[in-house]
Design a binder for this molecule. Structure first.
Ligand SMILES: Nc1ncnc2c1ncn2[C@@H]1O[C@H](COP(=O)(O)OP(=O)(O)O)[C@@H](O)[C@H]1O
Ligand SMILES: CCCC(=O)OP(=O)(O)O
Length: 365
């Protein structure tokens, strides 16, 4: 029997689980208050904190990490130019060195997905029999050439998105429609701490926004696209440093910046208690997500099998009703609240361990 630990570090939570083959054995979701993570400024601080947290959980459930066959990690910080397709990547010593070279221990913490592999290395503690696998990393780049064009030759559109959950949901929808994933034309909307809206066509994600670099709709703790010239001026005039500007785009932006929280349940309570400003910000988020869905509709020439909602915020009836009002005339709506990431990581690793699927091959330089 294969024993697989999965590590899924999100913008507002850390999710961990153990699978015995396909079956879930134990799981835990730890929600992080913004204050709790606020002082963990560097990658190293975050790695130490979250490694300790996972080790504490393993002790709590009386599970010895030495028993593991594999660790499945969401993210992995794989360089974008190497993640040219979806699938499972086996983190051998070559990929490990590229991943570790891809960021700096003392550098500013960026997002939980960046630090999964160093944490897995800590947990396996030198025991290389425990393989490390990354399935559908956020950097998967299957954009059509036309979608890569940014508007100036010095720049290129590079996606970073919830590839793991988006593809897991897309496969479910395809199955429900008695089609293969490759045969479907879908718009998948992941409503998490960041929001990604992906166009799935022919088994690839041919267009999607970058949820970490100021692109697409605003989200609970992501700015999405900002007025570019204002941002350049703010940095140039010294109103903010490059790091502060980057922070405005990712974990410090969006609803959190306007309302002081990225918990959308709290925002809904604020609205219920009559907070007009909270209502305006919430409506702006809905407006921007709907507009992004509309633009994805045009990418598929208006031929869309389904629009699929997923992620934590998709649990909100209020949000789904408001979105539907704007987009449900475009295509049938499918609804998969939460995420299927833990399962996706466990099954992805298992397929490769069993030889049912080959790990994605990397061209080594
Ligand atoms: N029932 C709910 N109603 C409204 N928002 C919710 C609900 N459950 C979770 N959320 C919101 O979903 C977001 C987190 O989504 P999630 O997909 O879990 O992202 P992450 O993994 O980054 O934490 C948070 O803003 C959270 O407040
Ligand atoms: C795709 C990068 C990961 C991400 O943005 O996840 P959250 O929305 O869970 O923070």
């Amino acid at each position: 029997m294969e024993k697989i630990l999965v590590i899924n570090l999100g913008g507002t939570s850390s999710k961990v689980a153990i699978y015995f083959d396909e079956n879930l054995y134990e799981k835990k979701t730890i929600s992080h208050e913004k204050e709790e993570l606020a002082d963990l400024f560097t990658n190293k601080e975050q790695i130490d904190y979250r490694t300790k947290m996972i080790n504490n959980w393993l002790r709590e459930i009386d599970f010895d990490a030495k028993e593991l066959t594999a660790i499945g990690v969401r993210g992995g910080n794989l360089p974008s130019e190497l993640s040219k397709s979806g699938g499972t990547y086996f983190i051998d010593s070559y990929l490990q060195s590229l991943i570790l070279a891809n960021y700096d221990d003392d550098g500013q913490f960026y997002h939980g997905v960046v630090i999964g592999v160093p944490i897995a290395l800590n947990l396996r503690n030198g025991n290389e029999k425990i393989g490390i696998y990354v399935t559908d990393p956020p950097t998967v780049n299957e954009l059509e050439p036309v979608a890569k064009i940014a508007g100036h030759p010095d720049f290129e559109r590079i996606p970073v998105f919830h590839a793991l959950n988006q593809r897991a949901v897309a496969r479910r929808v395809a199955k429900e429609m008695n089609k293969t994933y490759e045969e479907t034309r879908l718009i998948v909307v992941h409503l998490g701490a960041g929001i990604s809206v992906g166009v799935h066509c022919g088994g690839r994600v041919i267009d999607v926004n970058n949820v970490t670099r100021g692109d697409g709709p605003m989200a609970p703790n992501r700015a999405g696209q900002l007025p570019m010239s204002q941002l350049i001026e703010a940095v140039y005039k010294g109103n903010c440093t490059l790091e502060e500007a980057q922070l405005k785009l990712r974990l410090g932006g969006g609803v959190r910046a306007y309302l002081g929280t990225d918990d959308m349940r709290k925002v809904e309570e604020m609205i219920l208690s009559g907070d007009e400003y909270a209502k305006l910000i919430w409506e702006a988020l809905v407006y921007q997500v709907a507009k992004e869905i509309g633009s994805c509709f045009t990418v598929l020439d208006g031929e869309v099998d389904a629009i699929c909602y997923t992620g934590g915020m998709a649990f909100s009836d209020k949000l789904i009703t408001a979105l539907n009002k704007k987009v449900d005339k475009l295509a049938p709506i499918k609804h998969y609240p939460g995420e299927f990431e833990n399962e996706g990581l466990a099954l992805g690793a298992l397929r490769v361990i069993r030889g049912d699927e080959q790990a994605v091959q990397i061209e080594k330089e």
